[in-house]
Design a protein around this ligand. Sequence first.
Ligand SMILES: [Zn+2]
Length: 565
Amino acid sequence: MKITRSKFLRMAAGAVAYTSLGRHARVFAAGGRTADLVLTGGVITTMNDAKPFASAMAVRDGKVLAVGTDLELSDCIANRTHVIKLAGRGVSPGLIDAHSHPMAYGHMELMFVIIRPPKVTDFDSLKKTLSHAAKSVPEGEWIVARGFQDFKEGHFPGRAVLDEAVPKHPVLTIHWSGQYGVANTAALKKAGLFSADVEDPYGGKFVRERTTGLPNGVLIHYPAIYAVYKPVLNEQEMLKCIRWAVQQFHSAGVTCIHDNFILPQYNKNYVKLEREGDLNMRIRLYPYIANLQQAETVLAKMVHYRGSLVRVQGIKLAVDGYALMYESQPEHQHIALPMHPQPIFEQIITAIHRGDWQVDVHAAGDKGVDWTLQAFEKAAGGVRQARERRHRIEHFAFRKLDSIRKAAEMNVPVCVQPTLMDFRVDDFTRRLGSPVKKYMGTIVPTRTFLQQGVPLAFGADVPAFPYFAPLDSIRCAMSRKTHSGRQLDTTESISFLEALKVHTRGSAYAAFDETELGSLEPGKTADFVIWDKDLRNVKTPDDVSNLHVRATYLAGRCVYQAKET
Ligand SMILES: [Zn+2]
């Protein structure tokens, strides 16, 4: 019998459970269960349905040893045991961000010029910000800026607008989503693209001037952006970006991140930090591939690395950037392009599936989602076979019931970003016409996903999105309000504890981590958060705004402690 990697992992998970049971049996036989750490007198929200709340938890060797009442766990305390008195505070499992990009987040925040609203809202404010930045950069060197949303002018600027502000430096500005960019003339020249015969890269497009045929500076999709500029960080800089981002996530209670957009050659940075004992974060990697040829090269080379913190878990690709919809606005058709022709997209998915990796697809639009589900089914050879492989979808923004049911039937984990409602829906509604506007009320349909049985996960998606803290996703999933305070369809709201479950167990499941992470029960990893309040009292979005992380623990070790206020 051929044992596939996924089968092997399931068998291995069973073996681990058996071994840890054996070890505990020996401990009990020796007449003690002394813990390294015991938390008492609090309210532990375990996310274990069989025992959802407890007042005490014991930890040994980085794992949960026992969960129960203070009295039940009193025998876990010996002289060497560190005891934390919670004084009524809450504890939850460590939060798992199922979609973010720590290295890119650090890169943007530490090294790019930030051009997000409210700082940049129109061409004038963009020009001011760029020319100010140019003053401190030697002539001829790159200026990269990221974060613009829509401009008051109603369209992207072209290279001429950027040239007015910065004529002598190559400038690349990148949209908040990372899907679009605008380069100035110096940048196009430096990249060798300033010619009417330059060819569009696969999966991307250089928008042209009608009269001359020259690129007008607007870049559609990553391949066009990367053709102009590729990140040029050295290893030390990359490690610095990761360390910085990890600290931000710790302060928000995150203990595991799925990085599902990293260039395959950069996996090694995470592995290096782990080997040097300098990471303190669980990372699941899904390196990104841009085309079939790259898929084949990566599949031939990539190894199933499994460290105690870092794991190469799957392969990421995109079916769309801007949502690929059945109905789209004529003025958006030039940016709502599929990343691949459908037959090639299916071939790539089949190749990854056969390579025994989990497939992870960026699919925002309703048509993009349907292409993806269809490709998963074809690659697996049926719905039942697809269920086992748990190929996943990122974003899945719209409530299309037949697609949601199909995702549930095929056990496809879906990772959504509830903060989309806060920071984008006002803008979408103002700018988009009737075909797309009608979907806005039920955008990010969390209740329907859960009701239909879709394995749901949350991820902040920084730096594409402006918020990195899980509590922002949770708050938005509860409130469903736009930034201006407009109420979206509340039938899609979920409660605090439901959202917390999505951000712990749900996100663990999306990367096959459910036997080790996501809930606090004996034998599981002791990744947890101490909050300043009892989580049972968190009922409203305002309660979430007033909830704070006191400390974050990874494998029983404190990795973040809030300053006393
Ligand atoms: Zn992303």
